[in-house]
Design a protein around this ligand. Structure first.
Ligand code: SF4
Ligand code: SF4
Length: 395
């Protein structure tokens, strides 16, 4: 009889991984034993089919974005997760490199890999887009990926950008990616509907969590995407992980993840993980998505949309700042720093925004009225300091 990967087995497996040389930097996994473990571990995992891609995947997979210990990836795969989510820009490329080293000894049909190209604007040529993907493929040491996303879109226009769709569909035709998708952390319904309209995208990957004030609107757009046959992958499900900047009041992240998965049109999710206990929690959810009354209470649904560190990305504030600061992106960086405690990621996000001078220094009083009630100027002051810290201190 096959055993499930319960808490004790999971800890044993973690220890075995350490003893087996992973701490020394080795990533060789005995393929046969990995497959056996996977078969045993995935026995009781809930799977859903990712729309027309036909990929049958666990409801919780691994967002690799902040993983710097390859053993976490190994444990995720050995435990039965199958979809790894990375991006060209994560950890300045080191994230893809880590995966490349780790995956090269695994059978290619034992995992799914998704990566992303972020054109940051609407000016990237087809060749440049494909050039960025080429670099990703070198780092990943793979012949193909399963999903290639156009990353971080917030409008119909961007989602349907001719250059990007040409690059994506060409790569799909060439078999270098099996499927194409689009991710969005802002204005999600518009992006999802544009993806449907395109008749090209196979997958959408929106931010989706219990604190979002447009949760119902996103849910409706997701239903339309699923109805149209698109695969739907939820991200940012943990909503920043803490209710407060001081990290004294954690969000019940298992409950947050389960809440999203109550929606059967969400085929899978890719929560980011940095520690084994978080992975273990995600495996628990993979086996049981039912919510207890206590978990529902923990989500404080009545006031959730006005609490926490998660910026909706609604962009209501954009036109209010006379200095045109990219406030939603800065708030996302703030969440990375104070919610996830990931200063490198926060700094990378800030650096990508090309802010000149000291933000907010010249303003007597802040003009921005955040719909969520964030004190935007104060948060910017706290996050802007990061730009002046040498990067070496943050890694
Ligand atoms: S204080 Fe407010 S209005 Fe002034 S630059 Fe900062 S965000 Fe913009
Ligand atoms: S800072 Fe507030 S108003 Fe601006 S995008 Fe975020 S939630 Fe919306």
């Amino acid at each position: 009889m096959q055993k499930s990967l319960n808490r004790r087995n999971f800890i044993k497996l973690s220890a075995a991984g350490a003893a087996g040389g992973f701490l020394a930097g080795g990533s060789n996994v005995n393929a046969a034993s990995a497959n056996n473990l996977s078969a045993a571990a995935s026995n009781d995992i809930i799977h859903r089919t990712l729309g027309k891609t036909g990929m049958k995947v666990p409801v919780v997979n691994l967002g690799v974005m902040r993983v710097d210990n390859p053993r976490i990836v190994t444990m995720a795969l050995d435990g039965g997760m199958t979809l790894l989510d990375t991006a060209h820009g994560y950890q300045n490329g080191r994230n893809e490199e880590m995966l490349g080293k780790l995956l090269k000894d695994r059978p290619r049909d034992s995992f799914y890999l998704a990566t992303k190209v972020n054109p940051r604007g609407d000016q990237m040529s087809v060749d440049d887009f494909i050039g960025q993907f080429d670099i990703s493929m070198e780092r990943l040491q793979l012949e193909y990926v399963d999903i290639l996303y156009l990353h971080a879109q917030s409008s119909r226009e961007g989602t349907l950008n001719e250059n990007y769709l040409t690059a994506l569909t060409r790569l799909r035709e060439q078999g270098r990616t099996r499927f194409i998708g689009v991710t969005t952390h802002s204005n999600e319904p518009e992006v999802i509907r544009a993806a449907i309209e395109s008749n090209e995208y196979d997958v959408v990957c929106p931010a989706y969590n219990f604190t979002m004030d447009n949760y119902r609107e996103i849910k409706q757009a997701i239903a339309e995407a699923a109805e149209a046959g698109l695969g739907v992958i939820a991200m940012k499900t943990m909503a920043g992980a803490y209710w407060d900047q001081e990290r004294m009041d954690p969000i019940n992240t298992k409950a947050a993840l389960k809440y999203v998965l109550q929606d059967e049109n969400i085929h899978t999710s890719i929560p980011g993980v940095t520690a084994f206990h978080e992975l273990e929690d995600n495996f628990d959810v993979n086996r049981d998505i039912s919510m207890t009354p206590g978990e529902i209470k923990d989500l404080r649904l009545e006031e959730a949309s006005m609490g926490g560190l998660y910026c909706f990305g609604c962009k209501e504030c954009i036109d209010q700042c006379p200095h045109n600061l990219p406030v939603p992106d800065m708030m996302r960086s703030y969440m990375y720093a104070y919610g996830y405690k990931d200063l490198s990621l926060a700094r990378e996000t800030m650096d990508s925004l090309s802010i000149c001078g000291d933000a907010c220094e010249t303003c007597g009083s802040c003009q921005v009225k955040c719909v969520k009630g964030f004190n935007v100027a104060e948060k910017i002051k706290n996050i802007d300091r990061l730009r002046h810290v040498p990067s070496d201190f943050l890694t």
